[in-house]
Design a protein around this ligand. Structure first.
Ligand SMILES: [Zn+2]
Length: 460
C-alpha cells in the first residue's frame, strides 16, 4: 500500500471526502482542459459522419503516427512507413505485433524521447497474467481519452460530465477491512459519489441505497456485477433511484444483468468497451449495438494465421491507439476475442463498424475434452431463475462446479427443479462427458482486483 493511501485510510471518515475532493480537483484540471473542450464537439460530429470521411480521418492519423514512431521510438525504429495516408492501413499490416515481453521489461523502448518526458501521466495495468505494465500518457492523450468518453459514452446516453453521478468501483476509497458505513466518498469537483465495490454486503443494502438516494445521481457507472448488486439492494430495501442512464464498464454485461438493471432503474443501460492502455474504445448506441470508435484507434480482429477475420468469425483483438503520441501502442494484442457484425447501416446513424461479440479476458474459457473452448454461458441463467449471482468454475480435472447465490424472485424460491433446468441447459452446451456439480454460496468471491468473474478455469 502506498504511504499516501495508508495515511488517507487513517484520517477520520469525515475527512475522506475532503481528501477525495482535493484529488478530484487536481484530476479535473488534468482531464478537462482546452484540448478536451475543443475535441468533444469534433468527436460528437464524427459520431454521425459518413464512412468515407471516417476512413480518411483514420488513415491520416495513422500515417502520421507510424511515420513519427518509426523515426523516433526505439522499439519501432526502421519499420516501414506509408508513402501517403492511403497506404497507412496496408503499411500497418506489415508491422509486427507488439512484443509484450519487451513492453513489460523496457517500457521506455516504446516511449517518444521528447514527448514522454516531464509532466506525463504514468498508469499501471496488469493483464491476465497479473504482470504489471507501465503506460505513459502525455497531457494531450489524457484529455483526448476523457473527451472520447464524454462524447461516446456519456453524451450518447443523454448525460454529461456536469451531471451528478455515482461510480461504483474497486478504488480503496475506504479501508477494505471497514465494517460499518460510510463505504463511499464525495468528490465534489467531479460531481461524483464514489462507492466501494468491496463492501456490497446485503447487511449494508440500506446504507448504500440511502447514500445514493441522497446524492440523486443522473447516472450510475461501474462494474456490471456491482451495478447488479445495487439493483438487488434497491429491490430489497424498496429505495428507488431514478437515473437517466446506467453505464457498465470493465466487465462483461450479461443479458440477465442488463434486464434487471433496465427493470429496476427504469432507464437506458449502456455497455462500454475500453482499456487502460488507451488504444481502443467502443460504445453502445441507442439501438443496442457496440460501435468501434475507429477515430480513437485501429481495431483489428485476426485469425490464428494473422489474417483479418471476416464478419461472424471470432478472432484475436489487436489494437493501435491513435491518440497517445508519447507512447503509441502499435498492433498491441490485448488478450480479448471479438467478432465483427455483418457490415450494414445502423439505424442510429453512426457509420462506425459494429462488434457482434466480445469475450473479455475478465472471463476464462472452459476447455472441453474434445478441445472446444466455450466462452459466455450467460444464456443458461436466463429465463427467470431465482439466482442473484452465479459462477462457473472448471477444476483442473476438467469437472465443473456451478456456484450459485440464490434469491427469492417474485415469490419463487430456488428448488431442485431449477437445478435440473440449469443442468439441462449446461448439458446442452457442454455435452454429457464432464461432471457438473452445484454449490450454493452466499456471495461469489471477487478476484484480487475486485472484479467479478463469471467463468473461471483453474490452471495446473
Ligand atoms: Zn448504432
Amino acid at each position: 500500500m502506498k504511504p499516501s493511501l495508508w495515511l488517507y485510510h487513517h484520517l477520520p471518515p469525515v475527512a475522506w471526502s475532503v481528501a477525495a475532493s482535493l484529488r478530484a480537483w487536481q484530476l479535473s484540471g488534468r482531464r478537462f482542459g482546452s484540448i478536451f473542450a475543443e475535441a468533444v464537439p469534433q468527436i460528437v460530429r464524427r459520431t454521425g459522419a459518413p464512412a468515407a470521411e471516417l476512413r480518411a480521418y483514420q488513415a491520416e492519423r495513422l500515417a502520421m503516427l507510424l511515420t513519427e514512431a518509426a523515426a523516433s521510438i526505439p522499439a519501432y525504429r526502421g519499420l516501414p512507413v506509408p508513402t501517403a495516408p492511403g497506404d497507412a492501413l496496408e503499411t500497418l499490416a506489415r508491422w509486427p505485433l507488439l512484443d509484450l515481453g519487451r513492453l513489460r521489461a523496457n517500457p521506455a523502448d516504446y516511449c517518444h524521447p521528447m514527448r514522454a518526458r516531464g509532466a506525463v501521466i504514468r498508469l499501471f495495468t496488469s493483464g491476465t497474467t497479473g504482470t504489471p505494465k507501465q503506460i505513459v500518457r502525455d497531457a494531450e492523450a489524457e484529455q483526448l481519452n476523457y473527451a472520447y468518453s464524454e462524447a461516446r459514452w456519456k453524451l450518447t446516453a443523454g448525460v454529461d460530465r456536469n451531471d451528478r453521478w455515482a461510480m461504483i468501483g474497486g478504488q480503496l476509497v475506504v479501508p477494505a477491512a471497514r465494517r460499518r458505513p460510510p463505504f463511499w466518498v464525495r468528490a465534489w469537483p467531479l460531481h461524483q459519489l464514489y462507492l466501494s465495490s468491496y463492501h456490497l454486503a446485503p447487511e449494508h443494502a440500506e446504507a448504500y441505497m440511502r447514500a445514493l438516494a441522497g446524492w440523486r445521481p443522473a447516472y450510475l457507472l461501474g462494474y456490471a456485477s456491482s451495478l447488479d448488486q445495487l439493483a438487488a439492494f434497491s429491490e430489497s430495501t424498496g429505495i428507488r433511484l431514478r437515473p437517466r442512464a446506467v453505464i457498465s464498464n470493465a466487465e462483461p454485461l450479461y443479458a440477465h444483468v442488463r434486464e434487471r438493471l433496465a427493470r429496476v432503474f427504469g432507464c437506458a443501460v449502456r455497455d462500454t468497451y475500453g482499456s487502460t492502455e488507451g488504444a481502443l474504445q467502443a460504445f453502445e448506441c441507442a439501438q443496442g449495438r457496440l460501435h468501434v470508435s475507429t477515430d480513437f484507434g485501429v481495431f483489428e480482429i485476426l485469425t490464428p494465421e494473422g489474417a483479418p477475420a471476416p464478419p461472424g468469425v471470432p478472432g484475436r483483438v489487436v489494437v493501435t491507439g491513435l491518440t497517445n503520441r508519447a507512447m503509441p501502442l502499435v498492433r498491441y494484442e490485448i488478450g480479448d476475442t471479438a467478432t465483427w457484425a455483418a457490415p450494414e447501416p445502423c439505424p442510429c446513424g453512426s457509420s462506425f463498424p459494429v462488434l457482434a461479440a466480445v469475450e473479455g479476458r475478465t472471463d476464462d474459457l472452459l476447455l472441453l475434452p474434445d478441445g472446444r473452448r466455450i466462452g459466455r454461458l450467460d444464456p443458461v441463467f436466463k429465463g427467470g431463475l431465482p439466482i442473484r449471482e452465479a459462477q462457473i468454475v472448471q477444476r483442473r480435472d476438467g469437472s465443473i462446479d456451478v456456484r450459485i447465490a440464490t434469491e427469492e424472485r417474485a415469490g419463487i424460491a430456488w428448488t431442485e427443479a431449477h437445478e435440473r433446468q440449469l443442468l439441462r441447459e449446461l448439458r446442452a452446451r457442454l455435452g454429457d462427458s464432464i461432471a457438473i456439480r452445484f454449490e450454493r454460496v452466499e456471495r461469489v468471491e471477487r478476484s484480487a482486483n475486485g472484479k467479478f468473474k463469471a467463468v473461471v478455469r483453474e490452471r495446473a
